[in-house]
Ligand binder design. Structure first.
Ligand SMILES: [Zn+2]
Length: 69
């Protein structure tokens, strides 16, 4: 596992992880195919584990889990 980026889906604004060497990624929320190079990158981490931790924090900040409160 190498560098992993946290990117935003251009269609639904969902946050997802993309390995640094991947050119495209399918959004797990809306199914859109995302070009990882042109997608908005919110953060990056040295490995997938750290990236998932960061992703969780970003989702919290974005209020993605609001419905669970
Ligand atoms: Zn999406």
């Amino acid at each position: 596992m190498g560098q992993t980026n946290i990117i935003e889906c251009s269609r639904c604004s969902g946050l997802l992880l993309a390995a640094g060497d991947k050119k495209t990624r399918t959004c797990p929320y809306c199914g859109a195919r995302i070009d990882t190079k042109s997608a908005r990158k919110l953060a990056s981490a040295e490995d997938a584990f750290t990236a998932s931790e960061v992703l969780r924090e970003l989702k919290k900040q974005k209020g993605f889990n609001r419905t669970q409160l």
